[in-house]
Design a protein around this ligand. Structure first.
Ligand code: GRF
Length: 222
């Protein structure tokens, strides 16, 4: 706000001066989704800024990417905790330090339990490499292939206490080819996952969103 000579208050905040929403990314492995977000978040119009990456895996490739890009990283290794509940509390504390507006689980291979969601329910999203509600769990690509589906894909959803059961934000379809292996199919799905996550993290950050029952909607009727 500023004051004109006549004493009127004028809102001087331009679109590109609005602070980007803070995003913490949770990763367990290579981090190609994390890398895609990092490639996008520098643009002021993107609306979201990656403030930290947190992993359960001290050997996650994402840690190297974080170092190269000078993004703070934290390891919260379940081996250092007596119970899953204690690990969830520690993970929540690690995330809370960065005061995120959004938490993005991108290839994070652990279930986020009550002790985490007590703090971050409604602002935590996850990408899954299958068309939910089909093929939830750690082997979505393998299970879809074994079932013989002709199309599969990926799902971005809000995290609840179930395994890949939360309200769906967006999905993309990938055709299964006759010669596909789990690896070749997963690579094509990951291409779609990166597009989806980059597009939707920006939308969720710029517009905000509501979750009512199973419906996720961007605010302002966008
Ligand atoms: C993604 O397919 C994600 O859905 C699954 O693990 C993969 C992670 O890939 N849970 P990356 O670590 O982002 O490259």
């Amino acid at each position: 706000m500023t004051t004109t000579p006549s004493g009127h208050l004028v809102n001087t905040i331009g679109q590109d001066e609005v602070a980007a929403k803070k995003v913490v990314v949770l990763v367990s492995g290579g981090g190609s989704n994390f890398a895609a977000l990092l490639a996008a978040h520098g643009e002021p119009s993107y609306g979201a800024r990656i403030v930290a990456v947190i992993t359960d895996n001290p050997h996650a490739g994402a840690l190297t990417i974080a170092d190269e890009e000078k993004i703070p990283s934290v390891i919260v290794d379940p081996k250092d905790f007596a119970t899953r509940a204690e690990w969830n509390v520690a993970l929540a504390e690690a995330v809370r330090v960065f005061q995120p507006d959004l938490v993005v689980s991108a290839g994070f291979m652990r279930i986020l339990g009550k002790n985490f969601l007590d703090s971050f329910a409604g602002k935590t999203i996850n990408t899954h490499p299958a068309l939910l509600p089909s093929f939830p769990g750690a082997h979505g690509v393998r299970d879809a292939l074994a079932y013989g589906v002709k199309i599969t894909g990926c799902t971005l959803h809000v995290v609840d206490e179930g395994t890949d059961t939360g309200p769906i934000i967006a999905q993309a379809v990938v055709a299964v080819e006759p010669a596909d292996t789990e690896e070749t199919l997963h690579e094509r799905i990951k291409e779609k996952e990166r597009e989806l996550i980059v597009t939707w993290v920006s939308k969720l950050a710029r517009y905000g969103f509501t979750v009512e029952g199973r419906t996720v909607a961007l605010k302002n009727n966008v």
